[in-house]
Design a protein around this ligand. Structure first.
Ligand code: UDX
Length: 472
């Protein structure tokens, strides 16, 4: 990848909000050769980043942070005045969580970031929103900025949605599938092209659009992915009412190029800080716009997803003989997906909580997310190893498909548990291997004696959230 030529007068970059998205963006822009200043109101987070520590778990990012700091191109601050003084292009990456009392997105952090910068910036600059926002927000912010700024309409707003996935954040930022620029002037497009020159020179496809389309791309993409997951999970429900096997069904569907196998992995469904809240906020916004009917299906996508959690609890109860009171359950995983310590709307933790509320003695082990999970649900037991989790378990429930769980030896685990019973909430284990070792195996949408696809065991990949197995 080409780095910006210093003589080309590369824009100075700032990044407002150093959460998942912002920290990754700031670090990767510095790696690409830009001078970058990261900002956050959280002094502790800024202290950690300055010390070369990433405040969350993301494979490969700590190394990139240390490399960027060593280059001298990356600094961090808690002063918005410094940010306003430093930057030519300001990327706003603050969160838009679900509002407290509705499904709407809370855009107050985005608004205060734009207003804070508008009040301070005194030379021509570009404010670029990266946060996921309801359609129409960028247009509204444009008016607010021009009313607040002494520069008036000279201080422009653009939108540049971000598609990075947790666990693949570095790869997705340095080698994105596409770039989307939502702009209202040729100057804004030119400025963004300069800010992404290394990626554009490397051939990354670019879509230049209006502000509303750029906002919509993000929520539409997440809605499509959520719908695809819920589609296969709806098929799992149909399979459960018959003797069909959703794993085989997904493998067969995935071989149709028009359908493809990615995001077609059945199981406990989606969670995290994006998909669930984004589909709810999109539905809410569409209703406000008078087109609620067009995306009413997203309510069904959400319901199917939530039902999978309840059904997983049913499977554990069934295996335990119909009553969970006093049953020792090993809950393997708490994060919303592997290679992440994020427990926001995590299906795994939700299931562990429901089991606990029915009287089970739940022991949770997640390789990275125990601390975050404990903060959210302190009543569950947390242990530091797989062996400690399954020790004397009546039922083992695999809830997040960490590699450590997928490759565990069923004989070894069998020697530790009280009963060889496993609920595979992520279709991540080799059902035949487990049953051949005397385990009772259950998975959502699969019969008690699962079928075997021609050519061997059901397909498994390094990251089953990518299954059935097409590389990105
Ligand atoms: C998602 C989008 O993929 C990304 O483009 C956007 O920028 C942010 O939201 P992320 O939340 O990191 O990224 O996770 P993702 O890999 O999309 O997985 C979301 C959830 O879906 C996880 O809980 C995962 O376990 C689940 N999933 C994924 C399935 O249940 N089945 C699948 O086939 C794929």
């Amino acid at each position: 990848m080409n780095t910006p030529d210093p003589s080309s007068n590369a824009p100075k970059i700032t990044v407002i909000g150093t959460g998942y998205l912002g920290a990754t963006h700031a670090i990767c822009m510095a790696i690409m050769g830009f001078d970058v200043m990261g900002f956050d109101v959280d002094h502790r987070k800024i202290g950690q980043l300055r010390a070369g520590q990433v405040p969350f778990y993301e494979p490969g990012l700590p190394e990139k942070l240390r490399e960027a700091l060593a280059s001298g191109r990356l600094t961090f601050t808690t002063s918005l005045d410094e940010v306003a003084e430093f930057g030519d292009v300001h990327f706003i990456c603050v969160g838009t969580p679900q509002a407290a009392n509705s499904f709407a997105a809370n855009v107050s952090y985005v608004e205060s970031a734009f207003m804070g910068l508008a009040a301070r910036i005194s030379r021509k600059a570009l404010l670029v929103g990266k946060s996921t926002v309801p359609i129409g927000t960028a247009q509204r912010l444009t008016s607010m900025v021009s009313e607040t700024s002494s520069l008036g309409a000279e201080l422009e707003v653009a939108w540049n949605p971000e598609f990075l996935r947790e666990g693949f954040a570095v790869q997705d930022t340095l080698h994105p599938d596409r770039l989307v620029f939502g702009v209202t002037s040729a100057w804004a497009e030119h400025t963004l092209r300069r800010a992404f020159r290394p990626l554009l020179d490397a051939g990354t496809p670019l879509i230049v659009a209006d502000l509303a389309t750029a906002e919509l791309v993000k929520v539409a993409a997440n809605s499509f992915l959520a719908t695809k997951i819920s589609f296969i999970n709806a098929m799992a429900e149909v399979c459960e009412a018959t003797s069909a096997d959703v794993s085989l069904l997904a493998s067969a569907l995935s071989l149709d190029d028009r359908i493809g196998g990615r995001f077609l992995k059945p199981g406990l469904g989606f969670g995290g800080g994006c998909l669930p809240k984004d589909i709810r906020a999109f539905k809410h916004r569409a209703e406000e716009l008078g087109v609620g009917q067009a995306v009413s299906f997203l309510g069904e996508v959400d319901s199917i997803n939530n039902r999978r959690r309840i059904r997983t609890v049913d499977l554990v109860r069934e295996l335990a003989g119909g009553n969970l009171a006093g049953v020792r359950v090993a809950a393997l995983g708490a994060a919303f997906k592997p290679d992440s310590d994020d427990v926001r709307d995590a299906p795994a933790l939700d299931v562990a909580r429901m089991l606990y509320l029915e009287g089970a003695i739940v022991t949770v082990y997640d390789p990275e997310a125990n601390a975050n999970a404990h903060r959210l649900y302190p009543d569950l037991n947390y242990v530091d190893s797989l062996a400690a989790a399954v020790e004397q378990a009546d039922v083992v429930a695999l809830l997040t498909e960490w590699k450590e769980f997928r490759i565990a030896d069923p004989d070894y685990l069998g020697g530790l548990v009280r009963h060889r019973r496993v609920v595979d909430g992520r279709h991540a284990l080799d059902a035949h291997l487990y049953t051949s070792k005397g385990w009772e195996y259950r998975a959502l949408g699969r019969p008690c004696q699962p079928g075997r696809p021609a050519g061997g065991a059901p397909s498994r990949t390094e990251s089953p959230s990518e299954a059935p197995g097409l590389p990105r």
